[in-house]
Design a protein. Structure first.
Lengths: 380, 464
């Protein structure tokens, strides 16, 4: 995990621990992280929407072989299945919270509403069926945002504060490189949660299935049992599937290396984050096992150093050999198109436009930073 | 039917309700009257035809010899039976096989408990999708998907085999060396002549009782005949848990050892000698979790962990300049991370969001099939379409949640399917649909499609 060089207090365990979680971080980066987490939560909310509403209105009664089996969280709190009115109130409150959270209006309150109600919404959904692990990291990211200065950058709160003379220490809207105490916490916590998740996803396969799990047939069977666009093409070869399984195990089990401090962690992130994203892309195109958009977005949001994107783009645009620039731009174009094709073009309208809006916003921000020549003070 | 009903009551059989292997009477003639088959079935634009003991598929004048997908022995092909669902069942020396339109190989139908064993000579499929099989020595009905069934008693057979079968409505004609015999096999199953219990608690048809088990205690099913062993012997019982489409044999699994903690519904079905199914007797089973997954233990463990972490940070903080808020925050952060690690080590679905990551961790055994549950639709113009279970518009996280009611012949579920049909397939006049489990066999050379399991076939205007 990266630690800001500005905080130098203490060198022993507690000092390093507190710098990591409570030390300063970029307000702009946290703001972009917050927006992407809100969009991811919106996607998950919509995926769970029909299940919760169908049960709340009992429209599926008699048609489904399913019953209410509450998760511990709801059982301990004595919360039963919602009726239609409750479901409507929760849904629309959560929508309002997500919108307020995305634009950064009354951000702290919005974060509390989003974390609490999203946890409830997902718990209700999972109490009617089998719990899945695609929203675990998102849920922890939402709760981490509650305890952070999430509204200090890229938010209406910051704009209003500036207009009313309540900006940062310099009396201005935070810009790239501005550090705010506690701003790194949600990002570090989400990174740690993602690393734990990937590690146990891989090690559980070895612990339960043994080395035989990577026999090639296992992946073939999942692809053919849950067909998606590329299942037929890639499930044809047992050897190819075996290679993919070995690669998957390697990426998942070794993923915690991204948490290493210093340059080794940075190198690891350049390998494992694209590796995890590629894994999710392949999973989505080869097996219809549910949307991993949520996890994909949150992982990218947590591991991309958004402050460094403009500087990176500037260097790619102007300081490298032409062939390298062309290759990098081409690779980025292919990647963006693939992401659009996989995650946006195939989604329902609301999510498509929401995701497109966020992607456009982030791209516009990066472009503006690049062409307006803002200095990237935290550049590598 | 009247005389047959009498047989049901009067004929004694093996005591109890367990399925026994059925190979018929000893001996049996090789059957000089049983001639060379010329059976022929038209399916999906192709014709399946038996020619000189081989099974041919004729498509636009091109003849292809069909053989088993595993290249196992097929032997002489004797007979074909057309299933309304589109499948064709094949009686051959090597066993009972199934063929499907568009699939270039045959797949063996396993012969399991109670079904007629031996070399099949004749097959027939009735409107209730029972597959009637005649061998050299025995005749019986079997489930066409899973291969279990029942044999007819010798008193129903016309002398010695080999036997040949034909069906007309609900009447089965059995031809043997001593002529032919016609028996009525249609209609509803008579009221069940048995009781079922789990650990001494009676299963009932309505308002099932609930039975609680501590962790490690194994529920055991007992089935007894209502009118003594004689009546019981004429019935076979099978059971299922949580509405699963596969009915299990009491021979193998009388004790439910693999029940996970949680709530389960046990249902026991009776089958008479003609494989007619009774409504289920049911009971709710509540299996407790082990103590380390109990709420009180988990809450206590979380409390102890939290207190320990808080204590650690509080003690360390006393010698440093830090705030109480940071001690609290550090404790919460480390506690949450520890719980995530614990969930990774001991996954538990109910612990969400601390559930672990153990999905898709079982290796696939390549000797089995890959199953893909789907819905197939057919219209009056001979067109076919395939849709996933999710197309019904019901939110489910497993397609079986919506397919099981259709497989069970649930009236409201089937009615809803017909209601949404115009939206699902606009401008189609759908005449039938099926719940199908598409199957693929994984071979070293790559995946090979094999004929699917048709788990339900519903015609317009029929309940099932």
């Amino acid at each position: 995990m990266s630690v800001s060089p500005k905080d130098t207090s203490g060198g022993h365990f507690e000092g390093r621990w507190e710098r990591l979680w409570f030390g300063p971080g970029s307000a702009v980066r946290l703001g972009i992280f917050r927006i992407i987490v809100m969009v991811s939560a919106y996607d998950a909310l919509n995926r769970f929407q029909s299940a919760v509403f169908q049960h709340a209105s009992e429209s599926g009664a008699g048609l489904l072989n399913r019953s209410w089996n509450p998760v511990f969280l709801l059982e301990v709190l004595h919360i039963g299945p919602p009726n239609e009115a409750t479901a409507n109130v929760v849904y629309w409150t959560l929508i309002a919270g997500l919108i307020a959270g995305a634009v950064g209006l009354m951000t702290r309150l919005a974060m509390v509403v989003c974390a609490a109600l999203f946890t409830y919404w997902a718990a209700v959904h999972y109490s009617f069926g089998q719990p899945h692990h695609d929203c675990i990291v998102l849920t922890f990211a939402l709760w981490a945002l509650v305890f952070s200065p999430a509204g200090r950058g890229v938010s209406l709160d910051a704009l209003l504060g500036r207009a009313l003379g309540r900006g940062n220490a310099n009396g201005a809207q935070p810009v790239l490189g501005d550090a705010v105490p506690g701003a790194a916490f949600p990002i570090h916590f989400t990174r740690a949660s993602a690393a734990i998740g990937y590690f146990f996803a891989g090690s559980s396969k070895l612990a339960i299935g043994g080395l035989g799990w990577a026999n090639g047939y296992t992946l073939q069977a999942i692809m053919l049992g849950y067909r998606s666009d590329w299942s037929g093409a890639l499930a044809g070869s047992t050897r190819l599937c075996q290679l993919m399984q070995i690669g998957l195990l390697a990426i998942q089990i070794a993923f915690p290396l991204v948490l290493l401090p210093g340059k080794w962690g940075r190198y690891a992130r350049w390998f494992f984050v694209p590796g995890a994203v590629s894994f999710h892309l392949m999973a989505m195109k080869t097996m219809n096992t549910g949307s991993f958009l949520t996890l994909w977005f949150v992982v990218v949001a947590a591991f991309v150093d958004w402050d460094r994107v403009p500087g990176f783009l500037r260097r790619v645009a102007g300081e490298r050999p032409v062939w390298l620039r062309a290759a990098l731009w081409a690779a980025m174009a292919v990647f963006v198109y693939t992401c659009y094709h996989v995650f946006i073009a195939s989604k329902p309208d609301g999510v498509r436009w929401g995701a497109a809006l966020v992607a456009s916003g982030v791209a516009a921000w990066a472009g503006a930073q690049m062409f307006l020549g803002k200095q990237d003070q935290a550049a590598v | 039917m009247g005389s047959l009903a009498l047989v049901v009551i009067a004929v004694g059989g093996a005591p109890g309700l367990l399925a026994k292997p059925c190979s018929g009477s000893s001996g049996g003639s090789s059957g000089g009257w049983f001639g060379v088959s010329d059976a022929r079935v038209e399916r999906g634009g192709a014709t399946l035809e038996v020619q000189n003991g081989r099974l041919m598929r004729l498509v636009a004048g091109e003849d292809v010899v069909l053989s088993p997908v595993d290249n196992g022995p097929l032997g002489n092909v004797w007979d074909l039976a057309a299933d309304p669902s589109g499948l064709t069942f094949v009686a051959a020396d090597g066993g009972v096989f199934v063929a499907a339109p568009g699939v270039a190989a045959l797949e063996r139908v396993p012969i399991r408990d109670g079904a007629p064993a031996g070399a099949p000579r004749s097959v027939a499929m009735d409107g209730s999708r029972r597959l009637w099989v005649a061998t050299e020595n025995a005749v019986g009905a079997m489930d066409p998907s899973f291969g279990w069934g029942r044999c007819l008693p010798e008193s129903d057979l016309p002398g010695q085999g080999p036997f040949a079968l034909s069906l007309e409505g609900g009447t089965l004609e059995i031809r043997g060396t001593d002529g032919a015999k016609r028996i009525e096999v249609g209609g509803e199953a008579p009221a069940a002549a048995f009781f079922a219990s789990a650990n001494g608690i009676q299963l009932t048809a309505e308002f099932p009782a609930a039975l609680a088990f501590s962790y490690g205690e194994v529920p055991e099913i007992e089935v007894t005949g209502a009118a003594g062993a004689a009546a019981a012997g004429d019935w076979m019982a099978r059971y299922r848990v949580n509405g699963h489409h596969r009915l299990r044999s009491l021979d193998d699994d009388r004790a439910l050892r693999d029940l996970a903690p949680g709530r389960h519904r046990l249902e026991v079905f009776g089958f008479d000698r003609y494989l007619r199914r009774t409504p289920p007797l049911a009971i709710e089973l509540h299996v407790a979790a082990p103590f380390y997954y109990q709420k009180w233990f988990l809450l206590a463990a979380v409390g102890v962990l939290g207190a320990g972490i808080f204590g650690f940070f509080a003690v360390r903080a006393s010698s440093r300049r830090t705030t109480a808020l940071r001690v609290l925050g550090s404790s919460a952060i480390l506690g949450a991370l520890c719980l995530q690690v614990a969930a990774g080590i001991w996954p538990h679905a109910k612990g969400w969001p601390f559930v672990g990551y153990s999905m898709y961790s079982q290796p696939f055994d390549p000797s089995g099939h890959v199953h893909e549950p789907l819905l197939h639709f057919h219209d009056d113009k001979g067109r076919s379409a395939t849709r996933s279970a999710y197309s019904m518009g019901l939110a489910v996280d497993s397609p079986w949640q919506v397919l099981h009611p259709l497989i069970d012949g649930n009236g409201p579920a089937i009615a809803r399917m017909w209601e949404i049909m115009p939206a699902l397939l606009p401008n189609w006049n759908v005449t039938s649909f099926q719940v199908v489990s598409e199957r693929t066999k994984l071979m070293p050379t790559g995946p090979v499609p094999v004929p699917p399991l048709v788990l339900a076939h519903v015609e317009r205007g029929e309940s099932r």
